[in-house]
Write a protein that binds this ligand. Structure first.
Ligand SMILES: [Zn+2]
Length: 342
């Protein structure tokens, strides 16, 4: 069955975006990613988009979203399109885009890529080929994978087994058949050439969760496409996710954004910065009377940019290719404000 190609009604000018999942307020770590993505878009004359990735809206604490918007405003990182302002390709919250994701799953289903999986987490782990091989957990052993691939009859009326509603997985075997290659290869704007073996390092991954909500990979890939994001600058913890998202984009035969993955900021003890580093929460800095210019200067120094808080100057000085080096060095470490230790 042939399906009509997807028409993307996106503005002529491309976009860069910052797409947080605000389960807590912003801290220096995720603000640095926002800062880099914002400079990347502005320096390339792209639209700037703030998108909220809230596939689990209940996980967002009350007041947190408004707080995140206020923190970014305070720093001077403004967005052309965001939940507050709206825009031509909204809504800008994933919790308001579920219908679109269902449409994409239907498209993938027509390609014969999807199958229901009734396995519990425990069963997936116990049957796994390589228990820790993938960032999303063990590589799926294929317990529920059908012998032949054909579209699932009705995605919205799948039978239960042992009282369990199934998740949906994307078969990398079918994807390999369709794309004629068992690897996904791309050039990361920061990290350089990347090659991932779909069977060995990815495996059949979940595209719709047991609760019926599209998985992050589907939502994120589709949002970037449908919002006209041509540049995706984000933390290097998401590099393996990009493989899955690119695979989906290629299966749908749609234009790929340029991806760039930057090093993460580590806390003083060398761990990935998290909510626990309360002292560096932007909210805290605001409350204790820190000047936003101090924070911007600090972010600029952590990114190897000129020592200034002038965002126009920083935009002029910013080059994605210069981020490369900081990736190959150890992740940038933050000192306290004003005494950046590298
Ligand atoms: Zn299964």
């Amino acid at each position: 069955m042939m399906s009509s190609p997807i028409v993307l009604n996106t503005p002529e000018i491309g976009a860069g975006r910052f797409a947080p999942t605000p389960t807590g307020r912003l801290h220096l770590g995720n603000v640095r990613t926002a800062f880099i993505a914002w400079l990347g878009a502005r320096s390339s004359n792209l639209r700037t988009i703030l998108r909220i990735e809230d596939l689990d809206p209940k996980a967002i604490p009350k007041g947190c979203l408004e707080g995140v918007y206020d923190d970014l405003d305070w720093l001077g990182l403004d967005y052309d399109e965001c939940p507050r302002l709206g825009g031509p390709v909204g809504p800008y919250r994933q919790s308001e885009r579920f219908e679109q994701y269902d449409g994409i799953l239907e498209r993938l289903n027509r390609l014969g890529c999807l199958y229901p999986c009734w396995c519990s987490r425990k069963e997936v782990r116990e049957a796994a080929i390589a228990p820790h091989a993938s960032d999303e957990g063990p590589i799926y052993a294929g317990t529920c994978r059908p012998a032949q691939f054909s579209p699932v009859k009705n995605l919205n009326d799948l039978p239960k087994k042992n009282g369990r509603t199934p998740a949906l997985r994307l078969s990398v075997d079918r994807a390999i058949e369709l794309q004629g290659s068992q690897t996904v290869t791309f050039t990361d704007a920061v990290a350089g050439p990347q090659t991932f073996d779909l069977r060995k390092s990815i495996g059949d991954f979940v595209v719709r969760r047991v609760d019926g909500v599209a998985a992050y990979q589907i939502a994120c890939a589709w949002d970037d496409l449908s919002m006209g994001c041509t540049q995706v600058l984000r933390g290097n913890d998401l590099l393996p996710s990009t493989v899955r998202q690119l695979l989906v984009i290629r299966l749908l035969n749609l234009p790929e954004p340029q991806y760039g993955h930057v090093g993460l900021v580590l806390s003083a003890n060398g761990e990935r910065m998290s909510k626990r580093d309360g002292a560096t929460a932007i909210e805290e800095l605001r409350r204790t009377g820190t000047n936003p210019a101090t924070v911007i200067r600090h972010l600029a120094r952590m990114t190897g940019l000129p020592d200034t808080s002038d965002l126009d100057h920083l935009t002029d000085a910013f080059r994605i290719c210069n981020l490369r080096q900081s990736y190959f060095q150890a992740d940038v470490r933050t000192g306290s404000l004003g005494e950046n230790k590298r």
